[in-house]
Design a protein around this ligand. Structure first.
Ligand code: HEM
Length: 423
């Protein structure tokens, strides 16, 4: 059967138009019809001599497992001058943007911090954070908080008042970031993630650079403080490990901790937003989420599939590669569109339908292969713990307005989601 027969939404335009639309503000807000249109060109789409878009599930799995496709590390970024920017100076010192052998060295150093036992021990932390911020929402709705919105029982922005606050609280506790310092870091965290978008003009990196400067300064201070007065937190543990084993440079240590803050907050926050939205759109499943712990896992897997927080990963070909019949020249940038692969009709029946009963569903939302997300279990645990707490407390919650998206595709999520709590 031709693959296009199974697409749920009719392509709204031709592939060429879809491609030029994809990284525009409108395209970033509504990318799924564009992926459908691009699918007309097949699972692998050459983009001139040095670019390639990959939409197919199997094709992306192959690329992510193939060591000839490298992450865009410091060497790659030096060739484009991106390394002159403080955002990329920091990002290229972390495992996500390092290749072998640095990648293994860094992953070995920090891997324990997000291992299953650690994650299980943090579940209570996530539940407490969710309870704290649902109480905050109730206060906003009841008018007693003195905040600048919602105090009259009107709509509240769930992104600001809950989705961001839960992961920032959990990660803040973990790293020993004082409560009062956490929310002020939020704007800087989101700003740094704009560095992952394709850059057409280098000035577009300035907000990410400014955000990164704030985070690097903050974490470098925290590291100094914990070196003087160690506590029972991840920063103290990593400082101790570095100072005894010396496996990371001081800059790499700070960069790794900055990454824990960024990755620990932004995508989990986006996943909470997407999950709540899906629960409101599918009330029967939303209700089941509040009563059936096992069901939460299936719900989150399907939320990750149908609307992942990260749409695109980038790889650079280290050498000439024959890839599914396409000749990929060394240096070619491959844009791997995870969000399109998650709707590949060869892999998922009825792919545009939200269906929590799917069996053996393995969306690519946390990547695959050596760079598979270190925090996947930690992120899932937080969302599985927090969203039911919210929905139990506000069973009549409804959207007060269509949510708006940030102007980002690589790290995609709601800028704002106004809800009426109905309490
Ligand atoms: C819903 C939440 C999250 C999503 C969707 C997500 C997604 C991803 C994806 C797609 C990758 C692969 C990158 C690549 O192959 O180029 C990745 C890697 C990574 N993620 Fe996450 N992530 C999430 C939460 C977290 C959390 C909470 C942490 C922990 C602090 C974390 C830490 C990392 C790290 C360290 C890597 C790099 C691993 C490596 O290079 O070996 N992530 N993540």
């Amino acid at each position: 059967m031709p693959v296009t027969d199974q697409r749920m939404t009719e392509p709204v335009m031709g592939p060429a138009e879809a491609l030029s639309e994809l990284f525009t503000p409108a395209g970033k807000h509504h990318p799924y019809p564009l992926y459908d249109a691009l699918w007309e060109l097949g699972p692998v789409i050459p983009l001139g001599p040095a670019g390639m878009l990959v939409l197919g599930y199997d094709e992306i799995c192959t690329a992510l497992r193939d060591s000839r496709f490298l992450v865009t590390d410091a060497a790659v970024h030096r060739t484009t001058g991106m390394n002159e920017h403080s955002s990329w100076q920091c990002f290229t010192k972390i495992m996500m943007f390092s290749n072998s052998p640095d990648h293994e060295r860094m992953r070995r150093f920090a891997g324990w911090a997000y291992a299953p036992r650690q994650v299980a021990e943090r579940r209570l932390l996530a539940i407490r954070a969710a309870e704290r911020w649902t109480s905050h929402l109730a206060t906003l709705a009841g008018g007693g908080d003195g905040g600048d919105e919602g105090g009259d029982g009107g709509p509240v922005d769930l992104v600001e008042a809950f989705a961001t606050r839960v992961p920032i609280t959990v990660t803040g506790e973990l790293l020993g970031i004082p409560d009062a310092d956490r929310m002020p870091l939020r704007t800087a965290i989101t700003a740094t993630t704009t560095a992952f978008e394709p850059v057409f003009d280098r000035d577009e990196l300035l907000p990410a650079d400014a955000g990164m400067d704030v985070l690097v300064d903050y974490i470098a201070d925290l590291v100094r403080e914990r070196r003087r007065r160690p506590g029972d937190d991840l920063v103290s543990a990593m400082v101790r490990d570095r100072d005894t084993a010396g496996a990371l440079s001081e800059e790499e240590l700070v960069a790794s901790l900055v990454m824990f803050v960024i990755a620990g907050v932004q995508s989990p926050s986006d996943l909470i937003g997407n999950t709540v939205r899906l629960a409101l759109d599918h009330p029967a499943e939303g209700l089941r989420l509040t009563t059936d712990d096992d069901f939460a896992s299936a719900f989150i897997t399907e939320a990750l599939r149908i609307d992942p927080p990260n749409h695109v990963l980038t790889r650079a070909a280290a050498t000439d590669i024959d890839f599914y019949g396409h000749r990929v020249a060394a240096g070619t940038r491959a844009l791997l569109v995870l969000a399109a692969a998650n709707r590949d009709p060869r892999q998922f029946t009825d792919p545009a339908t939200f269906d929590t009963a799917r069996k053996d569903s393995r969306p690519l939302s946390f990547g695959l292969g050596p760079h598979y997300c270190l925090g996947a279990a930690f992120a899932r645990m937080q969302v599985e713990a927090a969203v039911p707490v919210l929905l139990r407390r506000f069973p009549r919650m409804t959207l007060a307005a269509p949510p708006t998206y940030r102007d980002q595709l690589v790290t995609r999520g709601f800028a704002r989601m106004d809800v009426a709590l109905g309490s």
